[in-house]
Unconditional design. Structure first.
Length: 284
């Protein structure tokens, strides 16, 4: 067969007798070539064809994603406390080593004589490990922020040196696993006190998402509890919570609860903002 091929190649590419080497190279190149696979071309066409998918009248462009990326679906924002509970129940499990929770607190404090009251700012930072038998790290400090409320203006130290730091939750946790003791306690039958009774468990870093979801549903059993785009309040109550409709997590609290007649009745006596994130680093 190669002899016939040599004759054909010689007709196509006239060569001198001294060009036998060139002819041999042409022959070897021809035998070495492999036919192009059609399957790859069809795979490319098919991939292009499915790049646009029609779903309920909408054009959805498909794009490659990382194999390690979590399989998430868009979630509709919560429109009630019960729906916020569902968001907590379907939330993805964390893969980071620590949950870092930062609390910014404004607490009204009073001292005398002469009498003075101010809202003093504090910061609490909690590093909560996700693994068992790990140490919990909590930093508490006064930031130096001050908002005078009534009476004479006094230095921040006059309030922080003689008053206890704000208490946001009840349980103490030195190492994981942690348990918030107030998470399962009964709530008042009075609608105005239900959120006040739930405050410690709502704010505690030790309340799990499952416990918080169950707490949401217990709070919502009262028809006097209101949901207004994430603001949760109760008729006749002094406590208001802010819940992120996108995640179901508590992001803040306000209380108007003063027994000091020198403080205006509608004063926010405690204000808390909560920010949570996941990290693999923490202070040693």
């Amino acid at each position: 067969m190669r002899d016939v091929l040599d004759d054909d190649l010689a007709e196509l590419y006239p060569v001198r007798a001294s060009d036998d080497v060139r002819l041999a190279r042409l022959r070897e190149q021809l035998f070495a070539e492999k036919p192009r696979s059609r399957s790859r071309r069809w795979v490319g066409i098919a991939a292009a064809a499915v790049a646009v998918v029609m779903i309920t009248g909408l054009v959805v462009l498909l794009r490659p994603v990382s194999r390690d990326a979590p399989a998430t679906l868009p979630v509709k924002p919560a429109a009630s406390l019960q729906e916020a509970a569902t968001l907590l129940e379907v939330a993805q499990q964390p893969t980071a080593k620590y949950q870092r929770i930062t609390y910014r607190i404004w607490q009204v404090m009073g001292v005398g004589e002469p009498y003075a009251s101010s809202a003093i700012e504090f910061e609490y930072v909690v590093w909560l490990p996700t693994a068992a038998d790990e140490m919990v790290v909590i930093y508490r400090r006064s930031t130096g922020g001050q908002r005078p409320v009534a009476g004479a203006r006094r230095p921040v130290e006059d309030f922080t040196n003689y008053s206890r730091n704000p208490s946001l939750w009840e349980s103490f946790c030195a190492s994981t696993p942690c348990k918030e003791e107030t998470a399962g306690q009964p709530l008042s039958t009075e609608p105005g006190r239900r959120l006040e009774d739930a405050a410690a468990a709502m704010l505690s870093p030790f309340t799990t998402d499952e416990e918080k979801a169950a707490l949401y549903r217990r709070i919502a059993e009262s028809p006097q509890v209101r949901w207004d785009n994430g603001k949760v309040s109760a008729d006749g109550g002094t406590t208001l919570f802010t819940v992120d409709p996108a995640t179901g997590q508590v992001t803040g609290m306000e209380q108007r609860k003063s027994t000091d007649l020198k403080i205006p009745a509608d004063t926010v006596t405690t204000s808390v903002t909560v920010k949570s994130e996941w990290t693999d680093q923490r202070p040693s």
